[in-house]
Design a protein around this ligand. Structure first.
Ligand SMILES: Cc1ncc(COP(=O)(O)O)c(C=O)c1O
Length: 371
């Protein structure tokens, strides 16, 4: 079909900041791999989703809400916010519910970043932090993680300048699965100028087993300028409906409210998330599956003498070797989607999301055959 505008260039000038931005290219969706290679079954271990599926309680809540879809959603997601307040033992005013954690990152960027401000991010990490900064014509300062992809508070502190506005700490970090221990976080926060906002992204917090992990909440309680980013896309299994939230001191939430769209979270998403929050059977089962699956992947990698980074998350970064790109393609042809780590600067690595026992086995068997 003819594409309208195929042969014309746009005379209207876009914002200069967009020169630094390429549209996000997501991993291949299941249907595309099915179509491209003529496959019935595809195993997707590429986006850190919950292979167990969505919370059944969330599905039921969605069903119950369907008849009310002619009404606008609650602009502040009050039911979910109250449920969160109870769960976390904070006031509901300390929460901001968003259209996925991604929206929260954009809101933080819009609310706090001026042109020329700097954000500090660990390297490698989740790409949306840089996206938000690019959107606002701010500068991204990357601080390489230390040996074994571990965080080092001193390295992050050394990168702080007069222009630093936000520091992103992704813990557990995507794509490495490493985390910032509580003592390191305290050391970091105590030395950081108070004019810097710290975003601690705890999207994968449910999967952590380390005792010295910290999700930032106690620092928010203590009044540090910290916002914790949470999502319903991971353990709750609700990536498709888009809900996340931030927890922060009142002044931070009130600032973010200035840039939030009136109805940013849809009614089904709010209902689903509220139900999923209390679906402890689903949360526990998901956590168990993940711990067993992580171990299963480690064992498989050890058998193939591949080195991996021990993960506190629902994915594992593994060094496949020089044939990684070829093997990535061959896995795709067999209907197994993993995340090739080249975009993070690691052309010999994959990031594998932990799947069900069967999915992990299918992947490991294929990997063994291909290497
Ligand atoms: C570290 C991290 N933060 C935030 C998100 C955003 O999650 P969502 O927008 O689906 O809530 C993701 C998604 O993969 C992530 O990996």
């Amino acid at each position: 079909m003819t594409q309208i505008g195929e042969n014309t260039t746009l005379q209207v000038k876009a914002r200069q900041a967009l020169d630094n931005i390429k549209p996000y290219t997501p991993g291949k969706p299941i249907w595309e791999v099915q179509q491209e290679y003529g496959l019935d079954r595809v195993v997707k271990l590429a986006s850190n989703e919950n292979s167990l599926g969505p919370s059944p309680k969330a599905l039921q809540a969605i069903q119950e809400r369907l008849g009310e879809l002619h009404r606008y959603p609650d602009g502040l997601s009050a039911k979910l916010t109250h449920a969160l307040a109870e769960e976390f033992g904070l006031a509901s005013e300390n929460f901001l519910v968003t259209n996925g954690g991604d929206e929260l990152i954009v809101l933080i960027s819009q609310a706090f970043l001026e042109q020329g401000d700097e954000i500090i991010v660990p390297d490698p990490t989740f790409s949306e932090y840089a996206f938000g900064a690019n959107l606002m014509a701010s500068t991204i300062v990357k601080v390489p993680l230390a040996e074994g992809f571990q965080y080092a508070a001193d390295d992050l502190l050394a990168a702080v300048t007069e222009k630093t506005k936000i520091v992103y700490l992704c813990s557990p970090n995507n794509p490495t699965g490493t985390y910032l221990p509580e003592a390191e976080l305290r050391k970091f926060l105590d030395r950081l100028p108070e004019r810097v906002l710290v975003v601690i992204d705890v999207a994968y917090r449910h999967y952590v087993t380390a005792e010295d992990y910290c999700d930032g909440l106690e620092f928010i309680r203590e009044g540090y300028p910290v916002i914790a980013l949470h999502t319903f896309s991971k353990i709750y299994g609700l990536a498709g409906i888009r809900v996340g939230f931030g927890v922060a001191p009142l002044a931070v939430v009130n600032t973010l409210l200035k840039v939030k769209e009136p109805f940013n979270v849809n009614a089904l998403a709010e209902a689903a998330a509220t139900a999923a929050l209390h679906d402890h059977a689903h949360i526990d089962a998901s956590r168990r599956m993940n711990e067993e699956g992580r171990e299963q992947l480690y064992q498989g990698f050890r058998k193939l003498s591949m080195s991996y980074t021990e993960s506190m998350s629902n994915f594992v970064l593994v060094e496949i070797g020089e044939k990684a790109e070829r093997i990535y393609q061959q896995l795709l042809e067999r209907g197994i989607i993993v995340r090739y780590a080249k975009s993070w600067g690691f052309p010999n690595h994959f990031r594998i999301s932990v799947g069900t026992r069967e999915e992990n086995e299918i992947f490991l068997r294929a990997l063994e055959e291909l290497v």
